[in-house]
Design a protein around this ligand. Structure first.
Ligand code: ADP
Ligand code: MG
Length: 309
């Protein structure tokens, strides 16, 4: 997944060792990568991306389920979230290819990449768990949801081991349960969304919840004075530009939180906030006003975090 992970548990279960749990986690993450990474040419997803048009492809249960969940979120966000955005991600230099582009892609290049994008092109056979692409260039990119899914996989594994207290994190997406080694709730910081520094903006006391943050302040590049974010608006084909600097979403499952954080990042602090309220999502927005960052909390976020304080 091109990032690091961490797992904190407070107590080892009986008949288990740190080494055994570590190996269990590593092999599960290896499996997720082998299913969903676009950075591995031989992953199951890469094979789908390279496959011929109009043939039914068998899909593993986990990959099928993540694609299905991603499509549901596309439907609910009017395609602001779209896992077929891959050709645009690659064009703007945020895909698996080495190096960043030396300049802004031409309008023609953006248009021809955009013509390949659209989640409704993915055809799913729910009965036989198969997938079909109408044209060869359809390219699925799960980077906005796979880290969250990896967190869920580890959390479920720790649950089956009977571990009651843990905090699991992959690349900043988290899921916590029970209590921290200090004996009270886990404390998770929302960063001040500024590049080149790591400062705490707000601390969340959390338990039994997943948290994901999307932002434009870590993964971007600048060209000719313009910042190009790795979040792409599939509707325009362009990296998003607005005052929204980061969105944090709380949900039961990390995959859902991860995907919605990216979706709200595309929509921005107005449309995103409105949709989050409408869907009852617990979301925390930080947007830039002048030189300051201002927070915006949905009703569900206030309710959830208030309970913990
Ligand atoms: P962040 O932590 O900022 O949300 P993620 O890694 O979760 O970052 O997601 C960003 C990645 O998702 C991008 O690098 C790209 O591969 C992919 N992506 C970009 N725009 C979209 C979009 N509109 N819908 C789905 N995936 C996207
Ligand atoms: Mg995401």
């Amino acid at each position: 997944m091109g990032t690091s992970y961490s797992v904190v548990i407070t107590r080892l279960p009986e008949n288990s060792s740190e080494q055994a749990i570590r190996e269990g986690i590593e092999s599960l993450l290896e499996e997720v990568n082998q299913q969903m990474s676009t950075y591995r040419p031989d992953s199951e997803l890469s094979q789908i991306n390279q496959s011929e048009a109009r043939v039914w492809l068998d899909v593993s249960p986990e990959l099928f389920d993540i694609i299905r969940q991603a499509i549901l979120i596309s439907q609910q966000t009017n395609a602001a979230f779209d896992i077929t955005v891959g050709p645009l991600v690659n064009l703007w230099g945020f895909g698996p290819a080495e190096g960043l582009p030396t300049g802004r892609p031409t309008d023609e290049a953006v248009e021809s990449a955009r013509a390949l994008v659209g989640y409704q092109h993915i055809e799913l056979d729910l009965i036989n768990r198969r997938l079909r692409k109408p044209f060869r260039g359809l390219y699925i990119d799960l980077s906005a949801i796979a880290k969250g899914h990896g967190v869920d996989v580890i959390a479920n594994y720790l649950d089956t081991l009977g571990i009651r207290d843990y905090l699991v994190e992959i690349g900043g997406e988290l899921r916590g349960k029970g209590i921290s080694p200090r004996g009270d709730s886990w404390r998770v910081a929302v960063e001040r969304p500024e590049s080149g520094q790591r400062q705490v903006y707000k601390v969340l006391n959390v338990s039994n919840i997943a948290i994901a943050t999307s932002g434009d302040y870590r993964n971007y590049y600048e060209y000719d004075g313009t910042r190009y974010s790795h979040t792409i608006d599939p509707r325009t084909g362009m990296p998003v530009v607005h005052a929204l600097a980061s969105v944090t979403v709380l949900s039961r499952e990390a995959a859902i939180a991860d995907a919605w954080a990216t979706a709200l990042m595309v929509l921005g602090e107005r449309a995103g906030y409105e949709l989050a309220e409408e869907k009852g999502l617990a979301a925390y927005f930080l947007y830039k006003k002048g030189d300051e960052f201002l927070p915006l909390e949905t009703t569900a976020f206030k309710r959830l975090t208030h309970d913990w304080e």
